[in-house]
Each structure stands twice: as structure tokens, then as C-alpha cells.
Design a protein around this ligand. Sequence first.
Ligand SMILES: Nc1ncnc2c1ncn2[C@@H]1O[C@H](COP(=O)(O)OP(=O)(O)O)[C@@H](O)[C@H]1O
Ligand SMILES: [Mg+2]
Length: 362
Amino acid sequence: MGRIVLDKLGKRFGVVEALRDLNLEIADAELIALLGPSGCGKTTTLLMLAGIYKPTSGQILFDGVAVNDLPPQDRHIGMVFQSYALYPHMTVFDNIAFPLRLLRRPVDEIQRRVLEAAALVQIEALMDRRPSQLSGGQQQRTALARALVKQPTLLLLDEPLSNLDAKLRVLMRAEIKHLQRRLGITTILVTHDQVEAMTMADRIAVLRDGLLQQVGTPDDLYYRPANTFVAGFIGSPPMNFIPAQVETTDGQVAFAAEGMRLPAAEWTAPHLARRRGGPVLVGVRPEDIRLSLVPGESAVQGRILDVEPLGRELVVAVTVGRQVVVAIAEHGFAGKPDQPVGMFVPPERIYVFDPTTESAIV
Ligand SMILES: Nc1ncnc2c1ncn2[C@@H]1O[C@H](COP(=O)(O)OP(=O)(O)O)[C@@H](O)[C@H]1O
Ligand SMILES: [Mg+2]
């Protein structure tokens, strides 16, 4: 069992409200990511779950039981810290064995369980080394084995991949996810990296300044972002936001901005009726835009500002009026800076936000 409920959880450090009224339910065996920029309260939340910080307000429940006053060692938690926090003077074996020695387990049991945990992360061959003799990836695996050796009901990972190089990160992403599924252990992954959250988590909770913005599956957040913050945080390059006016001509609703007029999808019309003539923020993802170098083909005309070749695709910045819109073009796109370019945006891929509240309208 490992069902977690956070009920109006809050943490204050003097005048800093690190976390405010967080409500979150985490299912048994779920991998949930806490995602947000640096300083948004992710680590604070993990440390409260671990029992290292005491909540200022609200409750934490493990399988329906409040644990606010339970000391860390009684919470059945395994944690991997961002820095790994390995004991430098101890071997890999002793690092992994440490939590079991604290529990005064018999020597033969310790031997067996340390080797089992090491096998899970494939470091059996490194047991006699010290942390300074390990690569970053091997240190990471050691920290993971130390977290798993107690067979915790909850695994807490604080930016576990941030110290690894890009290639290793991709590998460890898949490995940790696979291991988590196999062990069926409820896991909370803290990260500022939206790709990490999207690729690893069943669900993602997005935090900003200690406030929950949205909880959902990766698809929920990508296709149905609740506000401009989530919309801009998920996806790379980020979504374009274009200030526009809602216009209706001959019953056709469109978004009018400097140098462009984007027809709205038909089904959105009822949602926009109230906003006719009013301002909205139109959101368009770079990958949803199609660029055309054929003169006059598109009603939206711009000029190429910059082209970034990324191999498989190109990131193209286009100036339309005073607005810069970023688009992704397919490999082979021949546009060059200063060249005129046409832009197509499928109406059904347009997001619309309220410019004041920043909440999604449709
Ligand atoms: N021990 C502490 N004392 C005072 N302020 C803290 C402490 N820990 C965190 N904070 C503050 O709380 C906020 C959230 O921090 P943290 O949870 O570490 O963010 P994250 O992990 O998302 O980067 C930040 O403003 C940070 O400066
Ligand atoms: Mg942190």
C-alpha cells in the first residue's frame, strides 16, 4: 500500500510562503511528478513528506492515516537527494547497507538485501568502491539502491537526473521508470525539467510560487493546459502567445492580431461569444504551425528572423508585425533570414486564454 493524500498542505519560512494549500491525491504505485521552476516549493514538499520539515498547515496522510507527527524513520520512505548525499568515507556496500544497520538488521540479511538492491540498479561490481571512485551515473545508482534497500512504500526523488549528462539522463529516465513499474512503488519525482516529467510520470502536478496550477496526465497538460503558465512550461520551444481581439464577420469568429487574422475553430464560437471585440491571448505551439515559402499561399505573411537547424527539424523565428512567432519546420525547409514566409495555423490547434486571469477559455 502507498496511497498518499496531501490536504491543504502549507509551509512557511518566516515571510516566505514556500507552499500554499496543496491538495493532491497520489494513488498506490503511481509515479507522480512535481514540476515547476526553481524555488516553487518542490523540495519543501518532498521534505515534508519525508518528515524532515514539519508542515505549517494542513495534513499528510499515508493510506488514510495522518503522519504529520511521525518521525522520518517510521514513514517507510526511500529518498534520493539532488546531491545524492552519499557518505564519502564509506564503500558502495556500506552506503547501501547504512539504512539497514540503523535498523539493526542481522548481518546475513543486510548482506542479502544490499546485493538485491545493488542488482536492481546494476552496480553489483562496484561494491568496494568509494563514491569518489564512481561516475555520476554510478553515484546516482548507489543513491537509488540505498533508497530502495529498505523496501520503502514511498520513493521520493529530488531532481535525480540533474547531475547527469544528456545521454545518461535519457537512459536513467527509462531505467527508473521501468524499475518503478516493476516494483510497483508509489513514487514522487521532483523536477524542473518538463521533458523528464512528461516522459516518466503517470501524472504531473505543476507548481508555481508554492501554488498548484494543474494536475493531470502528460496529455492533459499538453493538450488542455489550465492557464498560460502551464501552457508555456510544457513543450519546447514554448507555446507562442499572441495578443489578439475576437472578431466576428458573417458569423465567422476569428482572432485578429497585428498582421494576422486566425479563424477560430467552429466549436469554440459559443465560448467566445461573450468576448466579441474583446482581448484574448492566443496560444499556438511551434509544432502546430506550418510555414510556406510559396508567395501568396498563406493569408498570414511574415519575415524570417532566424533559423536554428536541429538536424531532424529546424526552429524558425518569424516576425509578423511586431510579434515574433516561433515555428518548427521540417528537415529540408529552405527559408533563410529576411526572406518572406507564409504561416498556417490549424484552427483546432489554437489555444485561447483570458489576458487578465491567464486562464484557458477554450
Ligand atoms: N530552510 C529554508 N529556510 C528558508 N527558506 C527556505 C528554506 N527552504 C526553502 N526555502 C524557500 O522556500 C521556497 C521554495 O524552496 P524549494 O522548495 O527549495 O524550491 P524548489 O525545490 O522548487 O526549487 C524558496 O523561496 C526558498 O528560498
Ligand atoms: Mg529543489
